[in-house]
Design a protein around this ligand. Structure first.
Ligand code: C2E
Ligand code: CA
Ligand code: CA
Ligand code: CA
Length: 277
């Protein structure tokens, strides 16, 4: 225990370009952290704007480090992606999320969960088989799981990613385009991908009530999505004014600090109960 902590590893952002032995030691540290239960999944509620109900939550990974405290995913996910360690994280995360869905389902909580996929996950031929096995084992309906993918994650090998996404969609799993609007070739992908949801990038939402350009982009994206039969999620909703604007303009779902911050799984049912009360 002391031995693996002693090196005082700098963090992913600093180490990603560091010497190979440091990278190896950080991968080892992450692997051990996962085995020790230091990786935890937080859940951020997604509010359906027409019904006013919490219909889903996004699973967001944190590393609860014994010395450094709660480490945000931006500090280690990019490194895990660069080194391929994400191939170990994603199956762990999906297992945790599907087990959590089964628990909530058993407790009568009617909620869907979104999980984030990385570019490497989309190239993994075993992904859909693994996910469908987990759903069956835990008795969770595929429709309760949504997988969020970014446009940039599709770029490595679009044809292969599309093949794997089609397998996931055929199982009944929902697909969402994350950070929509900041990637490339978005309209081409919208045409060919079996997606159900667009998540407008936070950067368009931040000034939505004041910026005519941002509101024009958001409004036209809402219209485009609805014409394509997709639902629109606004992320980064921080103020009542943002929420009001989105409600007025037909956005389907909102997520952001203005509704709730990501929270531990155990807090979510109580939070939802008091939110709807
Ligand atoms: P993302 O998928 O775009 O997730 C949304 C991020 O925005 C989360 O940050 C969330 O806490 C934050 N956020 C939510 N509402 C607001 C708001 O109102 N204002 C602001 N300023 N931020 C808000 P988080 O949890 O730090 O995650 C950052 C990124 O790390 C995620 O961005 C995602 O790309 C990645 N990530 C997180 N968990 C996972 C995971 O399990 N797997 C993979 N592959 N990536 C993950
Ligand atoms: Ca996301
Ligand atoms: Ca996002
Ligand atoms: Ca993001």
């Amino acid at each position: 225990e002391a031995k693996r902590r002693h090196c005082g590893i700098a963090f992913a952002a600093d180490i990603g370009t560091g010497p190979a032995h440091e990278q190896l030691s950080l991968i080892g540290e992450m692997r051990e952290a996962m085995a020790n239960g230091e990786f935890v999944v937080f859940y951020q509620p997604k509010l359906a704007l027409r019904s006013g109900r919490i219909v889903a939550a996004e699973a967001l990974l944190r590393w609860n480090h014994p010395e450094r405290g709660m480490i945000a995913p931006s500090r280690f996910i990019p490194f895990a992606e660069q080194t391929g360690f994400i191939r170990e994280i994603t199956p762990w995360l999906l297992d945790a999320v599907i087990q959590q869905l089964a628990l909530w389902q058993g407790a009568g909580l009617d909620i869907a969960v979104s999980a984030n996929l990385s570019a490497l996950d989309l190239l993994d031929a075993g992904l859909s088989g693994r996910v469908s096995g987990l759903l069956k084992r835990h008795g969770v309906a595929a429709e309760r799981l949504c997988l969020e993918i970014t446009e940039s994650a599709l770029m490595d090998d679009p044809a292969l990613a599309l093949e794997h996404l089609a397998e996931l969609a055929a199982l009944g799993i929902k697909l969402s385009i994350d950070d929509y609007g900041v990637g490339q070739a978005s309209l081409t992908y919208l045409k060919s991908l079996p997606v159900n949801e667009l998540k407008l990038d936070r950067s368009f939402i931040t000034a939505i009530a004041e910026s005519p350009k941002d509101s024009a982009i958001v409004l036209s994206t809402i219209m485009l999505s609805h014409a394509l039969g997709l639902s629109v999620v606004a992320e980064g909703v921080e103020t009542p004014a943002d929420l009001h604007w989105l409600m007025e303009h037909g956005c389907d779902i909102a997520q952001g600090y203005g509704i709730a911050r990501p929270m531990p799984a155990q807090q979510l049912p109580g939070w939802i109960a008091s939110y709807s009360a």
